[in-house]
Ligand binder design. Structure first.
Ligand code: AMP
Length: 420
């Protein structure tokens, strides 16, 4: 594995896997350029070192080739603006034109390949199979695609001398451009700055936290968060659990949760978490009161009640005022904070004040010297919504990748660079 900081890029063509999967409006304008902005330092480093850059990314989930709606041509102006540099658009990532442009690329030049997912080979998942395809046909299609994937990867690799992976958001996928291509660059593969910073921030929290270490986990379900809860119990001093999960815990303890989201098949899991917390001396903090609503929407009727005494016909959609104060006090006691998942249905303003209170408490603790890492799509959306992104220590760009990394899974995109 090489290091971007010290690598000699003079005269080298670097192919960089970036995550330019940005939201676009109907007219194809970039609505949030965070991901493009994040990749700029890596691109500039290669250019400043005397190299040239070939950018590759996916955008959305196209199901066929050349679907204009998913063309990366749309984001060229946004990259040029943020980079302050011309970007050559190569079109088709496989065509002769891309190969010719790459071969003729001069130091200081930047080119962008078309959406990698225009080809099924990128993800390695067969497309267009008949609905009634037999298992045998599916296996055949998969085998054929694996073969053509080798050519796809070899072609991408042929464009460049160096491979840089800077797409943390897709690092948990073993795709052509995120992992497999690294095999072609045993002596010239490295992380870009986005990847490096992500891994550093997460490792700092997981491996060397200042104590007390408090994790706040929200979101909708216990079943999707249980692996991370379990893993974090080996690391943290306190676990604050919020969101829809709350009601599975409350119901497992014998409470009344009305129509709140509740996974009956997770009662044993929830009780085991509480038991494990007790054994390990980890404080597990659950909501005391809830904001309940008679329906989902801004026009809902709401009330605040104890979180384990919710009447039928009503559901818990946010934490109540007492819990806001409780969570704040606990968060302020932390020296290291990890936050994943909203504590209420924050997409609806009326149900968002609990998540806002958590975001504010995390920002306040950070201002007092705690290190805070916020990650996972929805909590990132929440800190952005409340304008607090620059008041926490680190906002992770990875959703699934972040969770899997924290769960202890070796991410293919990370392993492909780190391992020989
Ligand atoms: P996750 O993807 O598991 O992190 O879940 C995020 C989602 O959980 C968000 O869309 C929230 O609206 C939702 N959520 C948070 N609290 C609740 C709740 N009390 N009831 C239902 N959904 C919730």
């Amino acid at each position: 594995m090489n290091n971007i900081e010290t690598y000699d890029f003079r005269g080298k063509r670097a192919i960089i896997r970036v995550d330019f999967n940005v939201p676009l409006d109907e007219a194809g304008n970039v609505m949030d350029d965070t991901r493009i902005r994040a990749a700029i330092p890596t691109i500039k480093k290669v250019l400043a070192g005397g190299g040239s850059v070939i950018l590759m990314s996916h955008l959305g989930r196209p199901k066929k080739n050349n679907d204009e709606k998913y063309s990366l041509a749309q984001i060229v102006p946004a990259i040029e603006k943020l980079l302050g540099h011309k970007v050559i658009f190569a079109g088709d990532c496989m065509g002769d034109k891309a190969a010719e442009l790459a071969a003729g690329l001069k130091p200081g030049e930047v080119m962008l390949l078309e959406n990698l997912r225009f080809y099924a080979e990128e993800e390695g998942k067969p497309r267009g199979l008949a609905e009634d395809a037999t298992e045998e046909q599916k296996a055949e299609a998969k085998k054929a695609l694996k073969e053509s994937q080798k050519q796809f990867v070899a072609r991408l690799a042929s464009y460049a001398d160096v491979y840089i992976n800077d797409a943390f958001g897709t690092a948990h996928r073993k795709h052509a451009s995120t992992a497999i291509i690294a095999e072609y660059f045993p002596e010239a593969k490295m992380f870009g700055y986005v990847m490096e910073n992500e891994l550093k921030a997460i490792d700092k929290v997981l491996d060397d936290p200042q104590r007390p270490f408090v994790a706040i986990l929200g979101g909708s379900k216990v079943s999707t968060k249980i692996t991370i809860i379990d893993r974090l119990m080996d690391k943290v001093d306190m676990l604050i659990l919020g969101g829809g999960m709350t009601y599975t815990f409350k119901a497992a303890l014998g409470g009344k949760v009305g129509n709140s989201i509740c996974e009956r098949d997770q009662f044993d899991t929830a009780l085991a978490v509480l038991e494990k917390g007790k054994k390990k001396g980890i404080e597990i903090v659950l909501a005391e009161d809830a904001l309940i609503a008679d329906k989902f929407g801004e026009d809902a009727d709401t009330r605040q009640v104890p979180a384990d005494d919710i009447p039928d016909g009503w559901e818990g959609v946010d934490i109540g005022d007492r819990t806001k104060a409780l969570f704040r006090e606990k968060i302020l006691s932390a020296k290291t904070i990890l936050w994943n998942g909203p504590v209420g249905v924050f997409e609806i303003d009326k149900f968002s004040t609990g998540t806002k209170a958590v975001a504010e408490a995390v920002a306040e603790a950070t201002a007092r010297g705690a290190y805070s890492l916020v990650g996972g799509g929805d909590s990132v959306a929440a800190v952005n919504k409340f304008g607090l992104a620059d008041k926490v220590s680190y906002v992770s760009t990875g959703g699934g990748a972040l969770l899997e990394y924290m769960e202890g899974v070796e991410l293919p995109g990370v392993a492909a660079i780190r391992n020989k």
